[in-house]
Ligand binder design. Structure first.
Ligand code: SF4
Length: 290
């Protein structure tokens, strides 16, 4: 019997993927807003154990087409380890079309283009990255381990190797004080990267607002729903993207949007403006599933 080391998180679009925990927890685990892996100490699953799990599950789901490597940033593993894992997955699942994982920009920077290409050739061709913000001041305050520049470097590097990107920005992260610079700088980082997918989440407080405040060095004044929409409007308005699929359909958002940036930019901005004048179209608090 295969058991997961809980909690296990995966992106919404990996709902139909088979999940293997190549690592447990997050190698950084210090972002002020994140409690996802606070109960876990980061570790790498021994290869024999992981391979035994892959063999075991392949007997039950031989037709698997998508695999997600958990936990927090399985891309932190060395190229050699990832290559061995991806080869094993391809061997056990002949119909496999895509392997994906969460990654930090530093996980991508630590591998050469050739190494990333060899992983892409083994179908590890998609990573999810929480950029969170493009503003250096805010990144430092939330203890994110990356700067705007290091994020751009890591993610442009990944794109050059043909690894596709789904990136996240957290609305409301800087509260009132940093809202404008958060939106403007985040758009600048997105423009420099030109990711295939970009989505927004809304800052949430799983352990309460006081707990979050105790983890940051600035007075965090939460944004109202209207201010969150204004921040999103500014962010979208400043993007200059050429073919990025945008989604704000995560449950934490008040307004569910879908479109391609920049083709649908004007329409998305109009929808946000409509919601600002007609707040009854927004998701009610109880529907946000937080
Ligand atoms: S890097 Fe990601 S998973 Fe790790 S603490 Fe930060 S937000 Fe959480």
């Amino acid at each position: 019997m295969y058991f997961y080391d809980e909690p296990v998180f995966r992106p919404p679009s990996e709902a139909n993927s088979l999940i293997f925990q190549a690592t447990l927890g997050c190698s950084w685990n210090k972002c002020a807003f994140c409690e996802m892996y606070s109960t876990k100490k980061f570790s790498v699953k021994p290869q024999e154990k992981l391979f035994a799990e892959i063999e075991q599950l392949s007997a039950h789901c031989p037709g698997t087409r998508k695999v997600f490597l958990a936990d927090g940033n399985a891309m932190v593993l060395s190229h050699a380890k990832l290559l061995a894992i991806t080869k094993k997955l391809n061997q056990q699942f002949p119909k496999l079309g895509r392997i994906s994982a969460y990654a930090l920009p530093s996980d991508m920077r630590s591998k050469t283009i050739e190494e990333l290409e060899s992983l892409r050739d083994q179908k590890l061709n998609f990573v999810y990255v929480g950029i969170e913000s493009g503003d250096d001041e805010l990144l430092r305050l939330i203890n994110k381990s990356e700067t705007a520049e290091s994020t751009i470097q890591g993610l442009v590097h990944a794109r050059r190797a043909g690894v596709r990107l789904s990136v996240m920005i957290i609305l409301g992260l800087g509260g009132r004080k940093y809202s404008k610079q958060h939106a403007i700088r985040s758009a600048e980082v997105l423009n420099a990267i030109q990711p295939e997918y970009f989505s927004t989440l809304v800052l949430s407080y799983p352990f309460g607002e006081k707990h979050f405040q105790s983890r940051v060095d600035y007075e965090h004044q939460s944004l109202s729903t209207k201010e969150l929409l204004q921040e999103l409007h500014l962010l979208i308005d400043r993007t200059q993207l050429e073919g990025t699929i945008f989604r704000s359909d995560h449950a934490s958002n008040y307004l569910s949007l879908k479109g391609v940036l920049g083709k649908d930019k004007h329409e998305l901005l109009k929808t946000i403006e409509y919601a600002l004048s007609n707040p009854q179209v927004l998701r009610e608090e109880w529907m946000r599933g937080l």
